[in-house]
Design a binder for this molecule. Sequence first.
Ligand code: SF4
Ligand code: SF4
Length: 150
Amino acid sequence: MASKVQEIIGAASAIAKGMSVTLGEMLSPTITEGYPDEPVRFEQRYRGLHVLERDENGLEKCVACFLCAAACPSNCIYIEAAENTAQQRISAGERYAAVYNIDYNRCIFCGYCVEACPTDAITHGHGFELASYDTASLVYRKERLLAPRP
Ligand code: SF4
Ligand code: SF4
């Protein structure tokens, strides 16, 4: 009989403990994001879609050194370099990226390209809505990655 009573007390205390956790969670502030109805908050370190940056004069920061492509473990960056001329200056360096593609079918958002860049030309933005039924549309060209002119 005594062991039966102890069993009932043990079960009741376990239920009370469980309910206290449930009630505590019910009363604590909600941390779930209301996406897509509410704007998403990002941590500063979030690695989203890349941005090819410009300098304060509007020139492209990329000087086509290929270091980002060499650092990329997924081999998803494709660059074609071209020389700046007096008549046509695209970047502040000798060369610029005439073609700069990132294949988001392969990118794993590791950030190695951003770390490797000597001119801070490539950064991670906060874009994340990448889903597509068409894999060809996941190859982003330079024009799509470039930051707007200041
Ligand atoms: S984030 Fe990583 S996988 Fe994606 S392009 Fe940069 S280096 Fe390559
Ligand atoms: S983004 Fe940076 S690392 Fe990549 S080619 Fe341009 S300057 Fe070099």
